[in-house]
Write a protein that binds this ligand. Structure first.
Ligand SMILES: C[S@@+](CC[C@H](N)C(=O)[O-])C[C@H]1O[C@@H](n2cnc3c(N)ncnc32)[C@H](O)[C@@H]1O
Length: 252
């Protein structure tokens, strides 16, 4: 399992990462020292493994230090959205179905989740989704050209509750700057979380980005936009009585 034990990352992240951080991603990870995930041995069903073997070559993009040519990859010119940490892919597939006019790239390191998403892509015959099984920060930095994205979506990222693990939260200055550079003018960054402390953290970090404007009239949260369906981790948060926070920023 990846660090997706959303509310209890009990094992030391340092220990877990040294067990297997290089497994389960395509391409070679560069030498970033602090990552927003750890890979633990996850339960992979036979169907998920088969989907990875059979469909990742077709729907996957292998990590490399070269910008993706969206037109060549999708065979058309269309707005491109990127979902970071798509989990089992429910939101990704929903957006792909609801928005056939859009190209979607999903980034996830959790192999069972990748397998699950691939099964859905294949069974729904979705032509407008591609998967990258790699660290999203590296993908954004090395594979996405500046000002090329119409949307970046980050739903229920691992909250890394303990203060000493906050450095592992994916939303950091580096993330905000990188996303900001990758968005086209008018492009959107949409984040959602059910952890109040992480919502505040997101606001604090995002308000430092001079090229991102908060879309809520009150400089904080917006009602759930219609392109986001309730995800597995959101449902879990709701069961625990958490509020859900959506943040929406537009690139100037
Ligand atoms: C708490 S889960 C949420 C999954 C899904 N978005 C949802 O709402 O159900 C966070 C996911 O982000 C993935 N993740 C964390 N850091 C990542 C990174 N740097 N690159 C790619 N995936 C990452 C984890 O593997 C995990 O599946």
């Amino acid at each position: 399992m990846v660090s997706s034990d959303h509310n209890d990352q009990s094992e030391s992240a340092e220990t877990a990462s040294s067990h297997g951080e290089l497994q389960g991603v395509t391409g070679t990870l560069t030498s970033r020292s602090i990552r927003s995930f750890v890979i633990r041995n996850g339960r992979m069903t036979e169907a998920q493994q088969e989907a990875i073997d059979q469909w990742l070559p077709k729907f996957g993009i292998t990590f490399r230090q070269q910008s993706i040519d969206f037109e060549e990859t999708f065979g058309r010119i269309a707005p491109t959205w990127v979902e970071i940490g798509f989990g089992n892919g429910d939101a990704l597939l929903h957006m792909a179905e609801q928005h056939p006019e859009v190209n979607l790239i999903g980034i996830e390191v959790h192999a069972p989740g990748v397998g699950h998403a691939l099964l859905g892509i294949q069974s729904k015959q979705l032509e407008n989704v591609r998967i990258i099984q790699h660290d999203a920060m590296e993908v954004l930095q090395h594979m996405i050209a500046p000002q090329s994205l119409a949307r970046v979506l980050l739903f229920f990222p691992d909250p890394w509750h303990k203060k000493r693990h906050h450095k592992r939260r994916i939303v950091q200055k580096e993330f905000v700057d990188t996303v900001s550079e990758r968005l086209q003018s008018g492009g959107l960054l949409h984040c959602a979380t059910d952890i109040a402390n992480y919502a505040e953290w997101m606001l604090e970090h995002l308000q430092t980005a001079t090229q991102l404007v908060n879309e809520s009239g009150t400089h904080d949260f917006v009602p759930q936009p219609d392109w986001r369906i309730n995800t597995r981790f959101e449902r879990r948060g709701l069961r625990l009585g958490h509020d859900v926070f959506d943040l929406l920023y537009r690139r100037t």
